[in-house]
Design a binder for this molecule. Structure first.
Ligand code: AMP
Ligand code: MG
Length: 357
């Protein structure tokens, strides 16, 4: 962006448990005036704008460099904000809302006429979520608006899990950043489409298939969740076709028995370092001592998946900042919440996985 097109980005810090009301009011008035505010949610930081104002949500696409056919998720703070923006609320959606809202579950509805196509990437449906984060909820409530908010990163980079990630990508392009510290979950919400039968998971997240099925019975999973999307197919969640969550380095994951994977990665990392490359290695607390070559980082413990999801994007960004050329990583289990973590890692790695025997 040209220097003279840059705007002054205000950064304000507040605590989720003692939210500063004047900061929320300042942010809410920016949203009401059609501006852009980045704020924390329990999943990742979102970049908010008035969802019903086509020009305002258009600014999100410009700031992020986001393709215009990639729809935005609309955030609400209470259920009274839902009826005006959707045509109907199916029974299964009601059950899901009761079980998981506020929380990291996005539900796709048929949109009403008040939602501009500029917000929904041209679709007749709208994605809606009620976040479980006091700053996000208060901001939406005080603004009195449904707030369109995709992840607050430059399109194609890993989603931001703290305010400095947002600053790195969007300083000078947005009006305000609310710094509410590091987020809890660290990867984006689960998306479920209830306009089809059975309902279909379009993106896995913290609310797993198993948890959803306990509430509404069988759900399907979109192919784009587990397989690379071919360029001529438009997935049901258009965002899944883009190279998301991508570090700048060439990222490959290795699966197999822990000792063999470690020996293989150690050898490969040494080889690349000898050739003059910088190497990052992504492992876990249980195996970190087995690694000697490259910049070795544990993302968390396999005993608690959320420690891994919380750190993953930060680690990928740090490797970007260190200008790492190659990232070698372990794979993680893909059951329950692990499926969401592996989905993001596979996308980051461009589906490069080698089996070590
Ligand atoms: P982000 O908020 O950056 O995590 O991106 C939003 C994700 O939600 C993208 O993958 C979109 O494709 C998806 N999404 C938003 N609205 C819809 C919709 N109406 N139908 C299907 N997917 C949607
Ligand atoms: Mg995103």
């Amino acid at each position: 962006m040209e220097e003279n097109l840059r705007i002054a980005t205000i950064v304000r810090k507040t605590d989720e448990n003692h939210t500063d009301r004047s900061i929320i009011e300042e942010a809410a008035s920016i949203l009401r005036a059609g501006g852009l505010v980045a704020f924390p949610t329990e999943t990742v930081y979102g970049l908010g704008a008035d969802a019903l104002h086509e020009e305002a949500s258009g600014k999100i696409y410009a700031a992020k460099g986001r393709p215009s056919d990639n729809p935005l998720i609309v955030h609400i703070a209470d259920e009274t904000q839902l009826a005006p923006i959707v045509q109907t609320v199916p029974e299964k959606a009601k059950a899901l809302m009761k079980a998981f809202w506020p929380g990291p579950l996005t539900i796709i509805f048929r949109k009403s006429d008040v939602v501009p196509r500029g917000t929904t990437g041209g679709l007749d449906t709208v994605a809606v979520r009620m976040p479980e984060h006091k700053i996000a909820l208060e901001l939406i409530r005080v603004s009195g608006l449904p707030v369109a908010a995709p992840s607050a990163n430059t399109s194609g980079r890993p989603s931001p899990t703290n305010a400095s990630h947002v600053y790195e990508d969007l300083n000078g392009r947005i009006d305000m950043i609310i710094d509410g510290g590091t987020v809890g979950i660290g990867i984006e919400s689960t998306i479920i489409d209830v306009t089809c039968e059975p309902p279909m998971i379009l993106r896995p997240g913290y609310i797993t298939k198993e948890k959803l099925e306990r509430v509404i019975g069988p759900v399907a999973v979109d192919k784009a969740v587990t397989e690379p999307v071919s360029p001529d197919v438009i997935p049901r969640a258009p965002g899944m076709k883009y190279k998301h969550y991508a570090p700048k380095a060439d990222f490959t994951m290795f699966s197999g028995e822990a000792d063999k994977v470690a020996a293989y990665i150690n050898r490969l990392a040494e080889e690349k370092i000898c050739q003059g490359y910088k190497v990052g290695v992504i492992v876990c607390d249980e195996t970190v001592d087995k690694y000697q070559a490259g910049d070795v980082v544990s993302v968390g413990t396999r005993k608690n998946d959320i420690t891994i999801s919380r750190n993953l994007y930060r680690v990928l960004r740090e490797f970007d900042n260190k200008k790492v050329d190659y990232i070698f990583g372990e794979t993680f289990t893909d059951d329950e919440f692990g499926q969401a973590i592996m989905n993001r890692m596979l996308k980051a790695a461009g589906y490069q996985v080698e089996i070590v025997t």
